[in-house]
Design a binder for this molecule. Structure first.
Ligand code: ADP
Ligand code: ASP
Ligand code: MG
Length: 416
């Protein structure tokens, strides 16, 4: 008998029929003797709908109230799934994040889980009850409802699995595992039976939304056995999806590149013709950090005649704010610049693989493939297991396809 946490995403609970299908799978695991905790998202499209309602009332709603609204999506699904399980004759109880007591900090709309009180859940499980928990939400120490950021139900699932020391956390979604890239963009993409934790972390951080980055971080911190599978398979299916592994498997052929991620949520801001002197980077990045804006890539060009250009990327929804901060600093005379400019139509494409550690020349292969299609590269950054480029947003799908082909990812390590 095992303790399993299963998380079902929005599409997987997108209709009553699909909720019934989820109930059948959960009931099967229960019948087999396992203890099951189910974490569900809001029904497909619901979170967007709720947030749009708030935006109709005000262009700038308070984050605390946004959370109150958004959290209702998941509350509907837990009730529906519990009822569907009752219809199958199994004991089930639903809980909101606050009822479990998933304690978070108070960073509304992007809260972090601090602690989970798993007593109540354990009591139900011991009694043979299936526990259904609302994903994406928690509660701060004052009892305010919080949410964990888009895609946050993954993190709820993994955090519960960590707290309960579950044998496995299964993320059921609308694809049957982690692929070499988003199969909606590249139909030839190949499902991976396994992927290392480090690669999954890098793919998620570079924009693969199949797992929210924080869920992967949590899994790594508590070594949660994590698997991605399809919720659309038959409830009796024995498909094994993709397992996230914590050790490199010596016996397995390791591909040099495991996957390609892309992210359209990017924007670039540049300070042109700034003085090339010590401290200039700080006078630009300091105020951005103080405004709580995350920067990702940073590029400073070689200076000519004492001046240089300085660019960084930020999340697209912080683009206007970042531009505003720099313009204000320039006006206040904190640094001199010829101009502050930006572009919010850029995207980032990243190739990821632990095999990069022992292979050279991959960056050159990557830029060659992109050049072959006339795609201009605006910025490049590398880490031990990743090469990322910033390009014009309109070429993102083409770039992903070209790179997938250039690195022969459809073939797998044996064939390559
Ligand atoms: P859920 O609602 O179940 O949380 P998401 O839409 O958040 O599902 O994530 C699943 C989606 O992630 C897939 O439908 C797919 O389009 C996308 N995706 C992006 N990159 C990958 C990848 N490397 N492998 C699998 N799916 C990916
Ligand atoms: N319902 C939330 C969202 O749409 C959380 C999730 O689905 O993981 O982002
Ligand atoms: Mg998701």
């Amino acid at each position: 008998m095992a303790l399993i946490v299963q998380k079902y995403g929005g599409t997987s609970v997108g209709s009553i029929d699909r909720i019934r299908n989820v109930a059948r799978r959960v009931a099967r695991f229960h019948r087999e003797g396992h203890q099951v905790v189910v974490v569900v998202s809001a029904m497909a499209g619901e979170t967007n709908r709720l947030l749009a309602l708030a935006k109709e009332v005000s262009p700038n709603p308070e984050p605390r109230e946004l959370d109150v609204i958004a959290a209702t999506g998941e509350q509907v699904t837990i009730g529906l799934l519990a009822i569907a399980l009752h219809e199958l004759g199994v004991k089930a109880r639903s809980y909101t994040g606050g009822q479990v007591r998933i304690l978070t900090d108070n960073a509304h709309t992007k809260a972090r889980i601090l602690e989970i009180d798993e007593e109540r859940v354990r009591r139900d499980l011991a009694d043979g009850t299936i526990v259904v928990v609302a994903g994406f939400q928690g509660v701060d120490k004052h009892g305010n409802v919080t949410t964990l950021g888009r895609g946050g139900s993954d993190t709820s699932g993994v955090a519960l699995a960590a707290a309960l020391k579950a044998d496995e956390c299964q993320i059921y979604t609308d694809v049957d595992g982690v692929y070499t890239t988003d199969p909606r963009i590249v139909p030839e993409a190949r499902r991976l039976d396994r992927i290392t934790f480090e690669e999954m972390l890098e793919l998620a951080s570079q924009g693969s939304k199949v797992l929210q980055i924080r869920s992967v971080e949590f899994a790594g911190k508590y070594l949660v056995r994590l698997r991605v599978l399809s919720s659309f398979d038959d409830p009796d299916s024995t498909a094994t999806g993709t397992l996230i592994t914590y050790e490199e498997d010596e016996d397995m052929e390791q591909a040099i590149i495991s996957g390609i991620a892309f992210n359209r949520d990017e924007a670039k801001i540049s300070a042109m013709g700034v003085e090339d002197r010590p401290g200039i980077a700080y006078s630009i990045l300091g105020p951005i950090a103080e405004s709580n804006i995350d920067v990702d890539m940073i590029v400073q060009n070689i200076g000519a005649s004492g001046h240089t250009d300085f660019s960084s990327t930020v999340n697209r929804n912080e683009y206007q704010k970042a531009l505003g901060v720099l313009r204000e600093q320039k006006e206040k005379g904190r640094f001199e610049a010829r101009d502050i400019i930006g572009d919010n139509r850029i995207a980032k494409v990243s190739v990821v693989g632990i095999g990069m550690r022992s292979h050279v020349g991959l960056a050159s292969e990557m830029v060659k493939a992109l050049a072959g299609e006339g795609i201009n590269i605006q910025m490049i950054s590398t880490s031990e297991i990743k090469i990322a480029v910033v390009i014009d947003e309109k070429y993102v799908e083409l770039a992903v396809r070209v790179l997938h082909k250039a690195f022969e990812l459809e073939k797998g390590p044996e064939a390559a």
